[in-house]
Design a protein around this ligand. Sequence first.
Ligand code: GLC
Ligand code: CA
Length: 559
Amino acid sequence: MMMNSDEWWKKSVVYQIYPKSFNDTNGDGIGDLNGITEKLDYLQKLGVDVLWLNPIYESPGIDNGYDISNYYGINPEFGSMDDFERLLSSAHRKGIKIILDLVVNHTSSQHPWFKEAVKSRDNKYHDYYIWKPGRNGGAPNNWGSSFGGSAWKYVESVGEYYLHLFAEEQPDLNWENPAVVEEVEKIMDFWLSKGVDGFRMDVINLISKYPGYKDGPKKKGVQYGDYYDGVANGPHVHEYIKKLNSDVLSKYDTMTVGETPHTTPNEAAQYVKSDAHELNMVFQFDHMHLDYGKYGRYSGNRYNVKDLKRVMTKWQYVLDQNSGWNSLYWSNHDQPRAVSRFGNEKYRVASAKCLGVLLHMQKGTPFIYQGEEIGMVNAKFNDISDYNDVDAKNAYHVLLSNGESKQEALKILQMKSRDNARTPMQWNASENSGFTPGKPWLQLNKNYTSINVDKDLHSKDSVFQFYQQLIRLRHELDVITVGKYQLIDTDDDIFAFERISSTERLVVVGNLSTRKGVFEKHNLEKYTPLLHNYDNVLLNSERLVLRPFEALIFYKKVK
Ligand code: GLC
Ligand code: CA
C-alpha cells in the first residue's frame, strides 16, 4: 500500500497545545503565543510534525475560548496577530505545521451576530441562530445542555427560546441559513490563506439538527449532560461538510480532524472514507465512555482492559474496511490525564510508556496532549474553589443535589474533571515550574518539582525520551503508517496486536495491569525488540513474561 504525498498527516504526530497553560512570557499568569514560539525548539526536539492549538480567538472565556466573539481576532490575553504570524512562520521554518480549532457549532453570546440576533425577530442576524417558541410555558423540548440544565434559554425581547447545546453563553448557529455557511467559509479561508495547515473542528457532527426538535428519550438515571440523542450526525451534516471541503479545504493542502461525540465507527466512516471528500479523520469517544456512570463522564468508575481492546480494535477494523483513517488519543483538554486514567500513578513512568507504545503503534495519527510526553498526572484539587471549569462546577452542584456527599463529588472531580489536564505545563523545578513569573491562572499540580520537562530531558530512560523514539520510529518505518492492524488474542489485561505490511511486521505487546502477565509465544524468534520500557526481556521458547505495564515493540523485515 502506498501513501500519497498529500497524505502527510498519515505519517505525522500531532501535539496539542492548550495555550492558556503552556508558557507565559509576559508575567500575567496566562500562557501566550510568544510562549509557544519560545518552545518550538523543545517541540522540534520531541519530533512532532503538527501543533493543534486550542482556540486562540477573541472570547469572553466562559468556556475557555470555545465561546468565540471574533473569529478574525487573537485573544489579547494570548498576544496579537503579529505574534501569531511570527509563531506560524517560525514553526514552518522548523518544518512544523499548525492547525487551529474551528468552533462553528456555536458562537459566544457576545459575538456581534448574536447581539444583533436578540434585538428583534426581523433582524438580519436573528436567523443565524436557532429559535423556537416555548411549549406549555416552558422550553421547546426536553434537551439538556452538555454542561447541565436545559439547552434552551428564553429571550424576552424576541419572545422565543434559543438553543445552546453547551453553556447558555454559547448559542448554536443555524446551519440551515446559507449565510451562516458562507460566514464559516470566509473564516476558514481567512486562516488558511494566512498559511494555517488545517483545523480541528469542534463538535462538528452536531451542526445539523433534526427537524421537529422532538423530545429525546428520557434516559433513566443520567442526570447530567444528556443532550446528544437528538442532535449528533443530523440529516444534513455530510452535505454541509462536503461543501466546506469543496468550497474551501480542497483549495489548500490541509489536515482536518473533526470532533465527533456519539458516533459509531460506521457513522465515522461516512466522514472519513477516502471518497467522502469531507474530513481526514475524526476523534471518536468510545474509549472515553468506558468509565462513564450514571452522571455520564462524572463517575468514579475505572475502565477495564478487555473493553478497551474491543472498542479500539473495532475502530481499527471498521475504518480500515472503509478505507478511512483513525485519529489516536488518550487525553486532551476535556479529559483527565492519560496515566491517571488508563495507566497507574504508582507505575507512572512504566505506564506512561506502555500507553505510548499501545497508542502510537496503532494505525492512525497519534495526538499527544501537552505534558503527556513527560507523564503528567491528574491535579486532584482538594477544594471546589480550586476548580475553574464551568463544567466541573456545574457537575459538582448536580452531584450534591442528587444526594452525593461532598467527598464523593470531589473524588469524582479528582478523577474526571477537565481541569486535571488544564493545569500549567511543568517545565522545571523552579517556582511555578517556570510556566510563569507571575501568578498562574490555575494552580499547578504540586508534583512539578519532581515531574517536569527539565528533569526528563536530563535523565536517561525518561518518558520524554521514550516518546521521542516512538515518534522517530513512525518517521522511519512505513509499517507503522500503512501496516494492517490485527488484534492478537491474549489474556484480558494484555493488549497485543500485529501490524503487517508486504515488507515489514510488528508485534506490539503491552500489559495494562499491575499484575504479571504471560504472552504466549507468537513466533517471536525472528523478531528484534525495537523499543521496550524495562531493562531486560523475560522471553523463553514458549512465552514472554510481562511485568506491570511492561510494553515492547518487536520488528521483523519480511523481504
Ligand atoms: C468541545 C471542546 C470542549 C468545549 C465544547 C464546546 O467538546 O473540546 O472543550 O467545551 O466542545 O465547544
Ligand atoms: Ca501571558
